[in-house]
Design a protein around this ligand. Structure first.
Ligand code: G6P
Ligand code: ZN
Length: 542
């Protein structure tokens, strides 16, 4: 039996770069999660009897909201509700299940790389039938519904036990609890040459994977240790915890410091990697070298043909606007299309569906391909391993060869976290007002050649997204981008993205901090960062 429950709207349920993210106590307000889930169903307008996938990264509050979402889906006309055992599904595994099961969509409970726990972050996002994040027209419809919602529907019965595989009836729907790993692992076996990977591992190649106490633990244990034969202990922090062991499940130099210091040390394994809270990001580290995400995208695109799934070549590459131009030079050489989109994986969906691109990536540690419609952390690790297994060179040798062939783009992102929202808006507004007069201005040796506020017209559906970040390009191609994060939950986060192209191989070994020093100083002059935010230094440099 289902019932209708009266509710009142909240005014702050606008989805950001990747769904609705707030602190857990905020989500625990009466009907807060139920309102948003009902608004998803209202905006999704699916055919009665459709399939819905539900899963999450296992963070605190996951179980409650999964139970709620199952009971609400059963009352809103879904015929089949597919749920990962114990509510676990990594974001790419959820994307795969949506596609494989012909589902009309999926609800993923995660705040990605943000910390979890009773006072940590929580999030709900909706993915559509292609397996990818809902496009803006859907997230806008969800938001509109949250503003006027007056009731939601839910079945009175309890949700089934999430730990037991198999089917149960709930209201008019069937709830199916599935193993979260098996379909995903099968897909990886189709894409990559597991026999070659097993040979690589058996030859004594040593790898380390840090699951950061987050969702990829079970996936990495199964794939890297069981199927590829890497010794037990290869996967560290492999048990998902509700609070990620108190850590910050963001695979970057700050939060994956343990892995990085091992990889820089004398007994470093050959290859290190980490993934984030929900398993869609990746960090790639070789012995003595951290590979920047923009470089990783370029190397993966240039070498993808070495893996069976991409042996016929790739159709094109897409990168988010703040991601460096390294991939552009690969696309040029391969004579394939290159697309520059706003930040957010959802912008790649149409390009992938239309077959215009095969590989996509973002500076924010995300890379993926047309195998699903999300970025995919373990996929990137396996593609790297497949390339290493064929080339039998070290990560640093591969990077050095890549830079010799294509030139090197030095890159850094400076994040100023939890700054005052008004100060952040003021900084961006001031930049926008000065854009028209910027071209031709000189800062030290740098001369501005172009300055704009990035807007994007989707080449497939013609939709337009404006205000996606201020770009300041200097003659010679160096670039500074200013943008406010769309995924923070507290105050505002200013991101400053800095890059410089260096064709001269003699300078490829320079430290990025040195190569970019003048641009970093210029970013402060143009952005008035210190003066407006009161911060002397960024909180995180990636
Ligand atoms: C999420 C999205 C990515 C995006 C990233 C950074 O991880 O899935 O597509 O690049 O957030 O977003 P932000 O708005 O915080 O820079
Ligand atoms: Zn993530």
């Amino acid at each position: 039996m289902s019932k209708t429950v009266a509710t009142r709207p909240y005014d702050d349920q606008k989805p950001g770069t990747s769904g609705l993210r707030k602190r857990v106590p905020h989500f625990q307000q009466p009907n807060y999660a139920a309102n948003f889930i009902q608004s998803i169903f209202a905006a999704a307008r699916v055919e009665p009897g459709s399939t819905l996938v539900i899963g999450g990264d296992g963070r605190f509050f996951n179980r409650e909201v999964i139970g709620l979402a199952i009971r609400m889906a059963a009352a809103n006309g879904y015929g089949r509700i597919v749920v990962g055992r114990n509510g676990i599904l990594s974001t790419p595994a959820a994307s795969n299940l949506i596609r494989k099961r012909g589902a009309s969509g999926g609800i993923i409970l995660s705040a990605s790389h943000n910390p979890g726990g009773p006072n940590g972050d929580f999030g709900i996002k909706y993915n559509v039938s292609n397996g990818g994040p809902a496009p803006e027209k859907v997230t806008e419809a969800i938001f509109r519904h949250t503003r006027t919602i007056s009731e939601y529907r839910i079945v009175e019965d309890a949700a089934p036990d999430l730990s037991v595989l198999g089917e149960t009836r709930l209201g008019d729907a069937t709830v199916e609890i599935v193993d979260p790993v098996s379909d995903y692992a099968a897909l990886m076996e189709e894409l990559f040459d597991f026999a070659k990977l097993r040979d690589l591992v058996a030859s004594g190649f040593r790898l380390r994977f840090d699951a950061m106490h987050a969702v990829t633990g079970p996936y990495a244990h199964e794939i890297l240790e069981k199927r590829l034969g890497a010794p037990a202990g290869t996967v560290i922090n492999g048990e998902p915890k509700e609070d990620f062991g108190g850590g910050h499940p963001d695979p970057n130099a700050v939060y994956a410091a343990e892995l990085i210091s091992e990889m820089m040390g004398p007994a470093a394994p050959d290859f290190g990697a980490a993934s984030d809270g929900d398993g869609d990001r990746n960090l790639i580290v070789g012995r003595g070298i951290v590979v920047s995400p923009s470089d990783s995208l370029a190397v993966l695109a240039a070498n993808a043909h070495l893996a069976p799934a991409y042996a016929k070549g790739i159709a094109g590459i897409a990168r988010s606007m703040p991601t460096s131009g390294a991939a552009d030079r690969v696309a040029e050489k391969l004579k394939v299309g290159i697309y520059e989109t706003p930040t957010g994986w959802k912008f790649f969906g149409n390009l992938l569906d239309a077959g215009k691109v095969t590989i996509c990536g973002e500076e924010s540690a995300g890379t993926g391909s047309d195998h699903v419609r999300e970025k995919d952390g373990l996929w990137a690790v396996l593609l790297w391993l497949n390339i290493l297994a064929v080339r039998r060179e070290s990560v640093s040798e591969i990077m050095a060869a890549h830079w010799r062939e294509y030139g090197r783009t030095f890159y850094q992102r400076h994040d100023y976290e939890e700054i005052d929202k008004a100060a952040a808006d003021g900084l961006m507004e001031s930049l926008r007002q000065r854009l028209a007069s910027m071209a031709g201005q000189r800062f030290g040796t740098l001369v501005v050649s172009e300055a704009d506020d990035f807007s994007y017209k989707d080449p497939v559906d013609g939709s337009i997204s404006t205000g996606q970040g201020v770009r300041i390009v200097f003659s010679g191609g160096s670039r500074i981008v200013f943008r406010l994060s769309g995924t923070g939950t507290q105050g505002a986060t200013l991101r400053v993205y800095i890059e410089r192209f260096e064709p001269d191989p003699a300078r490829h070994g320079d430290a990025p901090a040195d190569a970019l020093a003048e641009l970093v100083r210029t970013a402060d002059v143009i952005g008035e960062i210190k003066a407006r935010t009161g911060r002397e230094e960024p909180d995180v440099v990636t």
